[in-house]
Design a protein around this ligand. Structure first.
Ligand code: SF4
Ligand code: SF4
Length: 305
């Protein structure tokens, strides 16, 4: 874990962190090597799981809620902080630390991480970081590279040197089982760094809430999808609807499609022909009503004046 993600005073904290990283760390490719060993015998064991800013992705939240057996709404209330800054295009979710002297993570146990197999992406990656640069005019270029975090408090580098434990970046990623996290992380970045924000700036609060629910608060998004007329209005494959009923991952996939449609105006959803027909009918009726009504109406009292 790293404390490099300290929330800056202003600006999007993820972007500020990325800029700082690009300045401070040499780039690594997947075949570059480093020495590192972390184990319960190191003197610093568990110290890195306290007083640290960990940015959570929607997939991190999904995995942790399923691990803890609680709803996303409860998880977000209990275990996260949602810093709000006016320059932020999309919501930012941080893992909340405990209110004790060490400010330790809620999931830390004496034996180590209590949610180890579902720990968030930044906890898996450490000491390797991933940065992506956005350097094309028309959006996200997809360039990505790794870097190594070396902090004085972390003995893992010395241990690795001492015991000759060497990794390529690729080996580290495989060992930490990050692939699913990476895939979801990339898909989420395409939303948070969408060209829409260059043209229109930060989302208004109603759209921000929609973005938050469809990505992080899947409990609320589930209520919206299955408790409204949405599935009557849009043509969604029946098998996919069934998958969404049974799986949060399918629901999250739908959430990403929904954001593209409802926030960015992309054609990721198709209105059902009958719903389109009903809307058209309503519009025609309204038009007719308008045509048949007098240019302005007056009350009898007004007429008598
Ligand atoms: S989730 Fe686990 S690995 Fe991450 S900070 Fe908390 S205890 Fe440490
Ligand atoms: S070696 Fe580094 S990663 Fe491992 S417990 Fe110590 S500080 Fe944390």
């Amino acid at each position: 874990m790293s404390d490099e993600g300290k929330t800056p005073e202003n600006g999007d904290p993820r972007k500020m962190l990325e800029d700082q990283i690009l300045d401070d760390h040499p780039r690594l490719g997947t075949e570059d090597k480093f020495k590192f060993r972390c184990h319960p015998g190191v003197p610093c064991f568990n110290t890195c799981c306290a007083d640290v800013n960990i940015f959570l992705s929607p997939y991190d939240v999904l995995r942790l809620t399923e691990r803890l057996g609680i709803s996303s709404t409860e998880f977000l209330e209990k275990y996260t902080l949602l810093p709000v800054q006016k320059e932020m295009n999309t919501p930012v979710v941080l893992l909340k630390m405990q209110d004790n002297e060490e400010k330790s993570c809620h999931f830390l146990t004496e034996e180590g991480c209590g949610v180890y197999t579902d720990r968030p992406w930044p906890c898996r990656m450490y000491p390797v970081g991933l940065a992506t640069s956005r350097d094309t005019e028309d959006g996200w270029s997809g360039e990505r590279f790794y870097f190594l975090m070396k902090e004085d408090a972390c003995q893992g580098h010395n241990e690795g040197e001492k015991d000759g434990v060497e990794w390529t970046v690729r080996e580290w990623l495989d060992d930490q089982d990050v692939d699913a996290y990476d895939e979801w992380g990339e898909a989420f970045k395409e939303l948070t760094l969408h060209k829409f924000f260059d043209d229109y700036g930060p989302l208004p609060s109603s759209k921000m809430e929609m973005f938050f629910n469809a990505t992080y608060d899947l409990q609320k998004f589930r209520e919206f999808v299955f408790g409204s007329t949405l599935l009557q209005r849009f043509d969604v494959d029946e098998d996919f609807i069934q998958q969404m009923r049974e799986s949060n991952e399918a629901l999250l996939r739908f959430g990403f499609l929904w954001i593209r449609f409802a926030v960015f105006g992309e054609p990721t959803m198709r209105v059902r022909p009958e719903a389109e027909h009903a809307v058209q009918q309503k519009m025609d009726e309204k038009k007719k009503e308008k045509e048949n009504s007098p240019p302005f109406s007056t009350s009898p009292e007004e007429e008598g004046q």
